[in-house]
Design a protein around this ligand. Structure first.
Ligand SMILES: Cc1cc2nc3c(=O)[nH]c(=O)nc-3n(C[C@H](O)[C@H](O)[C@H](O)COP(=O)(O)OP(=O)(O)OC[C@H]3O[C@@H](n4cnc5c(N)ncnc54)[C@H](O)[C@@H]3O)c2cc1C
Length: 293
């Protein structure tokens, strides 16, 4: 921005591009909606579309990411896939990565809205400290500390039900999670979203999770925590987690590893899938970034 401003580039705020102007097979400009009405801007060399993802376009999210409930985004308003709409309107092709290779985080709705009325959410990366993420069968399904593993597992299709086995998902935690000093930073929305019970079975019933499955999972997790290693999903062992996460912000080398879920009351909070402005599809282009029809 600074370099462009220094070079004399003029920025138009609140002036969305609403169409591409073409001559033959060339894009020669854009139509822009401004407070002075619609204006055409001619481009001598070409038009670069840098409009981000499509997070706030529900139809695109369903079409490209799957029919998931509990979906929201951390990106600013206006990230709604205009490049896909306006590009395809002039015949550009759309190409996609498998949805499970997109970037998707987990988190919670805050209950607050931003200045244009969009719901805001809080991203949450679990550390396995008295907490796990489970599906409705009460099973863990990924290394909770590594979001790409979680994302891939959530998209896995269950042939039996033709649905997603690992969605919806719940964060399960205990009283130690809430009181531990390391957890002083736990996300505030959990306060409003959680249900609690004195037993794991009771908690599962309340949340709508299979009680036998959840009990088995928590017992297994506690055994692994006592032994000091998550044998099932290797929580905290990926290089990215080791490089970027620490249980204690004052000690960067404090590694992420499992800690048991055993002190009642127990809690469950249903999670939301969160996009971050970079989805799986885009306009198909060649090396010079020219779009293909
Ligand atoms: C909370 C958060 C954390 C993130 N953390 C990371 C991270 O740690 N590492 C990482 O690699 N990535 C991260 N990302 C993702 C990263 O920010 C995005 O992938 C990146 O910003 C996308 O860049 P972009 O230039 O394609 O689009 P954007 O930065 O989304 O910019 C698109 C711009 O186009 C404008 N626009 C949209 N439609 C129109 C229109 N019709 N006319 C005119 N303008 C329009 C929008 O207003 C916006 O300003 C994070 C994202 C979020 C939200």
């Amino acid at each position: 921005m600074r370099a462009a401003a220094a070079a004399g580039v003029e920025f138009w705020l609140e002036s969305p591009m609403v169409g591409l102007i073409t001559e033959g097979d060339k894009v020669t400009g854009v139509r822009v909606s401004t407070d002075k009405g619609e204006q055409s801007v001619r481009a001598k060399l070409g038009v670069v579309l840098g409009t981000g993802g499509y997070d706030w376009n529900k139809d695109f999210v369903h079409r490209f990411e799957g029919e998931f409930d509990d979906h929201s985004s951390l990106s600013p308003p206006g990230i709604d896939g205009d490049h896909l709409v306006l590009g395809s309107a002039i015949g550009a092709a759309i190409t996609t990565l498998p949805a499970q290779r997109g970037v998707m985080m987990l988190g919670f709705p805050t209950g607050y809205f931003d200045e244009v009325g969009q719901p805001t959410s809080l991203m949450y990366l679990p550390t396995g400290q008295h907490e796990i993420v489970v599906n409705r069968f009460g099973e863990r399904f990924a290394d909770e500390s590594f979001y790409p593993s979680v994302q891939t597992a959530i998209h896995a299709l269950d042939g039996k039900t033709h649905g997603h086995r690992n969605w919806p998902a719940w964060l399960i935690f205990d009283e130690d999670y809430l009181t531990s000093t390391l957890r002083a930073f736990h996300p505030a929305p959990i306060e409003q979203l959680r249900v609690s019970a004195d037993t794991i079975d009771g908690l599962a019933e309340l949340a709508g999770i299979d009680p036998t499955g959840l009990k088995k999972t928590v017992e297994r997790y506690n055994e692994m925590a006592a032994a000091g290693r998550d044998e099932d999903f290797e929580l905290g062992e990926k290089m990215w987690v080791q490089a970027t996460r620490s249980l204690d912000p004052t000690t960067p080398s404090s590694p992420v590893k499992p800690a048991p879920i055993k002190r009642a009351p127990f809690y469950a909070a249903r999670m939301t899938r969160l996009q971050v402005g970079s989805g799986s599809p885009g306009l198909k282009s060649i090396r010079t970034a020219r779009s293909l029809g």
